[in-house]
Design a protein around this ligand. Structure first.
Ligand SMILES: Cc1cc2nc3c(=O)[nH]c(=O)nc-3n(C[C@H](O)[C@H](O)[C@H](O)COP(=O)(O)O)c2cc1C
Length: 195
């Protein structure tokens, strides 16, 4: 039986599509092999993200299902390894530092990567899968271990992708946090006009 999450502390306006307000970041993942076709569609969704000058500065590097999962897992902080070890896939998001068209600094690349991450997440949700962003990673080792040039790419963060499991599958200290989180009010994040 899959976990029924409690969304009672979320109060979206009724017109907001549930794709947005029912997205959340679980820690309880079920160890399953994700079908290759589904994984491909999740990353294909990334391609349709808008980006500054259409540079598509994101690079997603993920475990492949071929015995490299533990290497990816080892790049997370220990506290994140505790729960992410049951994810179907672990990945890292990199941002290309310079624009390809004129070699100047791309100061919108991280913004574009965040948008790409959301595309990936929503497509995953449409397959009934979940993502969890992971900023707690071993930044010093990621480029070297994954063979990504540090002068070319910034590391943004890691993430887990997988099938939801019951909160009881988590170590005890994490179970209480296993629920969709609340949000600031609309008034706190949107100012219409000049104050
Ligand atoms: C860039 C980024 C980094 C994050 N880093 C971590 C992390 O290291 N460990 C963790 O448990 N959760 C991490 N999170 C998850 C956030 O805490 C979570 O998204 C936030 O509390 C909102 O909850 P929700 O995604 O369930 O709506 C991260 C999320 C993002 C987007």
């Amino acid at each position: 039986m899959s976990h029924i999450a409690d969304f009672s502390n979320r109060s979206p306006l009724p017109q907001v599509n549930e794709l947005f307000h029912r997205r959340w970041s679980p820690r309880a993942f079920k160890k399953t092999q994700l079908p290759v076709g589904i994984i491909k569609s999740i990353f294909d969704a990334v391609r349709w993200t808008p980006s500054c000058f259409n540079e598509q500065p994101w690079l997603f590097v993920t475990s492949s299902g071929n015995n490299d999962f533990d290497t990816f897992l080892s790049l997370l902080n220990e506290s994140n390894q505790l729960w992410a070890r049951n994810a179907g896939l672990i990945g890292f998001i990199f941002a290309k530092k310079t624009f390809t068209h004129n070699s100047t600094d791309n100061n919108k690349a991280k913004f574009d990567c965040g948008a790409a991450w959301m595309s990936l997440t929503l497509q995953a949700n449409m397959h009934g899968l979940y993502t969890h962003g992971i900023g707690g990673i071993n930044y010093a080792d990621v480029h070297r271990t994954l063979n990504i040039a540090p002068d070319e790419y910034d590391i943004i963060c890691g993430f887990a992708l997988g099938e939801l499991d019951q909160p009881q599958s988590l170590p005890e200290q994490l179970r209480g946090k296993e629920k969709p989180s609340a949000r600031k009010s609309l008034e706190d994040i949107w100012q219409a006009g000049i104050l």
